[in-house]
Design a protein around this ligand. Structure first.
Ligand code: A2P
Length: 336
């Protein structure tokens, strides 16, 4: 069977990569439709060896669409995803709008693929980029030793803030190297040659929403509300690829060697863990433009008998967003 596929937000940082991954993986599409705002209607975006003309989402009729990949912000998903679902499409949504609804599955393709089948509203949510790579890396550890607590600090690239985030880092870098004044717009402080411990809104408990996504989404994806998560989320001046310094406390003792072995056999994971210069993943040297979740610096916690430390790096636009959305679409397509 061939599927009629719509990509909503096709001109964005994630949408562009959704299109390239659909082509790259030869998704069984009879037709691919590129949608964005009225501003972009009529321009072309690349798809495989050709182009697609972008259509205006507001005037598009979703009748006949089988699968719709949404990455056009929360407000757009809130308004249009239910309309596409009502017209019969399976919606795979990259925004946080539906992630915490009980009747919307939240799926990482390597971790809980079976959850895609239970979608009473016709909507499947794609997790936040930081949670995504963390789950891929921690699933084998959780299965083997039972994770009780996760301490995580993220180092998140500017592409997570979309095209305007990429532009702001580029422009500020140029301005500062030319001794010009900069003016933060997308980010709340200078991002070039700096870092910012603030992503998404502040909540009443003193955490940011980006930090709480790690708490809420980890529990939902692993299906375990007892897991404790202590998050700090930081924006860093990297274009593509999020990194995470992760400490886990497990129920059963896991040695670093055993953890390395488990991770080497885990789907979606590449272990890069030589204890020498360059023997670890970085966003630029490993993650950017690639599909895997890279794990290195695997070592036992000196301060805790059942603690383990990991360094986890992945391309936030690929596995963290577009790739996982397409992998969910593949799971749906495989249902027939
Ligand atoms: P457009 O380029 O027409 O504004 P990014 O995350 O990189 O900023 O991209 C956001 C994506 O969401 C873009 O493709 C953008 O289209 C799209 N988008 C934003 N607002 C709307 C809207 N109201 N209707 C349709 N698409 C939208």
């Amino acid at each position: 069977k061939q599927f009629k596929v719509a990509v909503v937000g096709a001109t964005g940082a994630v949408g562009e990569v959704m299109l390239s991954i659909l082509a790259e993986r030869d998704f069984p599409a009879s037709e691919v439709i590129a949608l964005a705002s009225e501003r972009s209607a009529g321009i072309t975006v690349a798809f495989g060896n050709g182009d697609l003309v972008v259509q205006d989402l507001a005037t598009f009729d979703p009748t006949g669409v089988d699968i719709a990949l949404f990455s056009a912000g929360g407000a757009t998903s809130k308004e249009y995803a239910p309309k596409f679902a009502a017209a019969g499409a399976v919606v795979i949504d990259n925004s946080s709008t539906f992630r915490y609804d009980d009747d919307v599955p939240l799926v990482v393709s390597e971790v809980n693929p079976e959850a895609v089948r239970n979608r009473p509203r016709g909507i499947i949510a794609n997790p936040n980029c930081s949670t995504m790579q963390l789950m891929v890396a921690l699933k084998p550890i959780h299965d083997a030793a039972g994770i009780e607590r996760i301490n995580v600090a993220t180092y998140q690239s500017v592409s997570g803030a979309g095209r305007s985030g990429l532009e702001e880092l580029g422009v500020q870098t140029g301005q500062l190297l030319n001794f010009q004044e900069i003016e933060p717009k997308k980010f709340s402080a200078q991002i070039a040659f700096n870092l910012i411990p603030h992503i998404d809104d502040f909540l009443d408990n003193g955490y940011t929403r980006e930090e709480m996504k790690l708490v809420w989404e980890t529990r939902k994806i692993l299906g375990d509300d007892a897991i404790q998560v202590n998050p700090t989320a930081v924006r860093v001046p990297v274009f593509y690829g999020h990194s995470e310094a992760v400490n886990v406390e497990t129920r059963d003792k896991l040695t670093a060697d055993r953890a390395r072995e488990l991770l080497e056999g885990a789907p979606g994971v590449v272990v890069v863990d030589e204890r020498k210069a360059g023997g670890y993943p970085t966003p630029v040297t490993h993650a950017s433009g690639n599909d895997a979740v890279y794990v290195g610096r695997i070592r036992e916690d000196l301060s805790h008998p059942r603690g383990l430390n990991l360094w986890v790096v992945s391309d936030n636009i690929r596995k963290g967003a577009a790739l996982n959305a397409v992998q969910i679409a593949e799971l749906v397509a495989a249902e027939g």
